[in-house]
Design a protein around this ligand. Structure first.
Ligand SMILES: *Cc1c(COP(=O)(O)O)cnc(C)c1O
Length: 463
């Protein structure tokens, strides 16, 4: 029920915004007023006894929606989804339902499957993260969340009484996964850049050293793009008395999993030559894909040791995945994107996103905003705009006192310039709204991003 209300609202928002091109003022009020009207006008509601809708009417609804989406995309800054792609070449595949139920390496008795594409994609990721073809197992998931769920389950099957350690900046999926698996979860503190605080990790490990450790590491936190230091974490485990047979490390690399290997300046970060058990990545984030998907890669030895060996006759495969039916289209989108871009194309895209992120960071700092950008990151963190309507207009992701822009492939310099110009105007306006100008205090974000990155009146003076 709640879900439906939320969905209804989102669609209504899309329609009202585009209908009047209204982007400022009382959008929320408008939304509320137009909620039902817009749906009614657009005939989105499906009535219990509906006659079949004529094709032109359906086309009109979809065309209108596409118009709305284009409008939104021109200011879509806050989320790590690459919107710059063209899969027209795959249109003929929409004539088929493709289904990859089961273990991609065993194929599937349903003949309309794309497991051969899936295995090619998996091989590519295995190579990217330094694990040999005959040493890994993995599959294309519904997204980063399912990839994490699978990976942490593998860790738990290794260590049924293991404790899950993850930093407080971890993606919300990790805490949900701990609840699903009924695992004890220890939240570890982070440094201001978002990376896990190994001093606190050590303290936590020592407090629970009677139980094995299952560690989720962020190779790029969602909010700040902080990268947990795998080598220092492994050293911390050793120093805390955890030998290799008493820990399992999963690397959640939802966004950076594809980016870091192509960034010339970055050292080798994600590698199965290190003592890690699994890596996950979202398929729709950097690579760009019209439907959510993800990839998980683990060591084959874990799969053989687990309970996933039972062959299910009806699908002619091993039931080794979290979901049953799996998208056969998703692996083809990934395959197509990787093939089309090639490693040179990917490298250019990564370098370009990072360069544009640095551009935005500089522009914000020059304009007097508190801002932070981690070294290998395309996530620019800054003080939360005082006007929530402005944040909605630019589709910013906000958390407490901070907000961020993720500079993806569809984000142009022109978009960033307009954004900064509007942000400056909005800040001036907010300042002048305060009757007693003298007592107005800009947001202090020193706790979130460190004093040197804060531009509030106090920290501005210090620097
Ligand atoms: C986005 C993200 C996820 C989840 O990915 P979905 O594909 O949305 O399920 C997991 N971890 C991190 C760090 C993320 O940023």
């Amino acid at each position: 029920m709640q879900n439906q209300v939320i969905r209804g609202k989102k669609v209504a928002m899309a329609l009202t915004t585009s209908a009047c091109h209204a982007t400022t003022e009382t959008q929320e009020e408008q939304q509320q007023n137009n909620n039902n009207n817009a749906c009614h006008m657009m005939n989105l509601a499906i009535f219990p006894y509906c006659a079949g809708e004529p094709q032109p009417n359906l086309n009109a609804v979809i065309n209108h929606y596409v118009h709305t989406l284009n409008h939104f995309n021109s200011r879509n800054l806050g989320y790590p989804t690459n919107q710059n792609f063209n899969y027209d070449g795959l249109a003929p595949l929409l004539q088929f339902h493709l289904n990859n139920a089961g273990d991609p390496f065993l194929g599937c008795s349903f003949s309309l499957n794309s497991t051969s594409f899936e295995v090619s994609v998996l091989d590519w990721f295995a190579n990217l993260w330094d694990i040999q073809k005959n040493k890994y197992w993995g599959y294309v998931t519904t997204g980063g969340t399912e990839a994490n769920l699978h990976a942490i389950l593998v860790g738990r099957e290794q260590f049924p009484d293991g404790i899950l350690y993850t930093s407080e900046d971890s993606h919300y999926s990790i805490f949900k996964i701990a609840r699903i698996n009924r695992m004890q979860c220890v939240k570890v503190a982070t440094l201001v850049n978002g990376e896990i605080d190994c001093a606190h990790l050590k303290h936590s490990l020592l407090a629970h050293n009677d139980k094995p450790a299952i560690i989720n590491l962020n190779i790029g936190t969602t909010m700040k793009g902080g990268i947990d230091d795998i080598d220092v974490v492994i050293k911390t485990l050793e120093e805390s008395g955890f030998s290799r047979d008493r820990f399992y490390i999963h690397c959640d690399a939802a966004l950076f999993g594809i980016m870091l290997p192509f960034l010339k300046a970055a050292p080798k970060i994600i590698s199965f030559k290190k003592s890690i058990g699994s890596v996950s990545v979202s398929g729709h984030k950097f690579l760009g894909c019209p439907i959510p998907c993800g990839v998980v890669i683990t060591r084959l030895e874990y799969m053989n040791a687990s309970s996933r060996n039972n062959v299910v006759e009806i699908i002619g495969s091993r039931d080794a995945t979290i979901t049953g039916s799996r998208s056969g289209h998703a692996p083809i989108f990934l395959w197509y994107a990787i093939k089309k871009k090639g490693s040179i194309g990917l490298q250019n895209e990564v370098e370009n996103c990072i360069m544009n992120a640095r551009y935005l960071h500089n522009r914000l700092c020059d304009a007097g905003f508190g801002a932070m950008l981690n070294e290998y990151s395309n996530i620019v963190v800054f003080e939360r705009p005082l006007d929530d309507e402005f944040s909605r207009r630019w589709n910013l992701a906000c958390q407490g006192n901070i907000a961020h822009v993720v500079v993806m492939q569809h984000v142009t310099i022109h978009m960033l310039d307009s954004f900064v110009a509007e942000f400056m105007m909005m800040k001036k306006r907010s300042f002048s709204c305060f009757k007693d100008y003298g007592t107005f205090k800009p947001l202090c974000i020193a706790d979130e991003v460190g004093a040197p990155n804060c531009s509030c009146s106090m920290h501005n003076l210090l620097s």
